[in-house]
Design a protein. Structure first.
Length: 329
């Protein structure tokens, strides 16, 4: 059976310390591209395919936008989000569906509770049920549906790998990564997710993150607009207290985490990180990406440290902080 990066080809990227004792270690692989798109640092195996999970969303959102979805501002940012399901997020997703002349029942992502604790608690008090529009991928699905309507494509089968929408998404992904897709799986939200190496993923994210809205090429102009939308509306891509939201707000990076320990990030100067934690854990990935940006001098170390202080990296014991999740790169 095919699989991702092996244990033998991984390197330590972070540790978890409790009272000075290293309790756990996070291993994986990472690659850093300089502002010019040339790799400046590789750790572990960056050529074996991984499933990017939600770190693929910028590519999927760009594909939808390039096919006529016609989104901008917070609606464009929501199309690449793993949002926390707040009422504010849901209102934007509804507006995308309304533009398409569709409703919540047309979404084919699973029903879910919002990940925002306050919103979930309020819904429970109201005796509400999980819903598709609260699912963290509903913005992506709404954008996919709007793209189908704009092109006259069937909306009932938009998740089928053979659907024209998904064929277009694959074409855009291959163009951005510079590599052919050989393996496709089904993501947690039901949409196709395509395996690719960390070097291919990082290359694509670098191209998106460094695109100019004044480019002579339409796809790059659209990519520049997408990145600006995310940086202008960091609340949209994640949510209150969300790690991507915090990092975008504090540092002006373009950041997108994915399930199973995947993280991509583009610094304001274009330096780009793509990483995968082998154990699939999410707790250390954002901090590792920040540490890699600091290591290559892309963002001042003091700014990185101040941002890390706002991330949930404290290890508790008896209700007190007794250690931390610490990058070792």
């Amino acid at each position: 059976m095919s699989g991702t990066v092996s244990v033998a080809s991984s390197v330590e990227l972070a540790v978890v310390e409790r009272n000075g004792f290293v309790e756990s270690r996070h291993a994986g692989a990472a690659i850093v591209f300089g502002p010019d798109g040339v790799p400046v640092l590789t750790l572990g195996d960056v050529e074996t395919p991984v499933l990017p999970r939600s770190s693929l969303k910028p590519l999927q959102a760009l594909a939808c936008a390039s096919a006529g979805a016609g989104l901008d501002g917070e609606r464009l940012a929501l199309s690449t989000a793993s949002h926390s399901g707040t009422d504010r997020h849901v209102a934007v997703v509804r507006s995308i569906l309304e533009t398409a002349g569709l409703g919540e029942d047309d979404l084919q992502c699973p029903a879910a509770w919002p990940t925002d604790r306050g919103t979930r608690d309020e819904l429970v008090r109201e005796l509400s049920q999980p819903s598709r529009i609260r699912m963290n991928c509903s913005g992506k699905h709404a954008a996919m549906l709007l793209t189908c309507v704009a092109n006259g494509w069937d909306t009932a089968t938009y998740l089928a790998p053979t659907h024209p929408l998904q064929a277009h998404i694959r074409e855009v992904i291959e163009r951005l990564t510079g590599s052919r897709i050989t393996t496709t799986a089904i993501d947690g939200c039901g949409a196709p997710v395509h395996a690719m190496s960390l070097s291919a993923l990082g290359r694509a994210i670098h191209r998106i993150g460094t695109s100019s809205e004044r480019s002579p090429f339409a796809l790059h102009r659209t990519a520049g607009t997408l990145v600006r939308a995310v940086r202008d509306h960091p609340w949209a891509i994640d949510g209150p207290g969300g790690q991507d939201t915090i990092m975008i707000e504090r540092l002006g990076v373009f950041a997108k985490g994915g399930a199973e320990g995947v993280q991509v990030m583009v610094a304001p100067n274009g330096t780009t990180v793509a990483l995968k934690l082998l154990d699939g854990g999410d707790r250390a990935k954002a901090a590792i990406a920040l540490a890699l940006l600091a290591r290559v001098g892309a963002v001042p170390a003091a700014e990185i440290a101040a941002t890390m202080a706002e991330l949930p990296l404290t290890v508790s014991g008896g209700g007190q902080g007794v250690g931390s999740i610490r990058p070792t790169v």
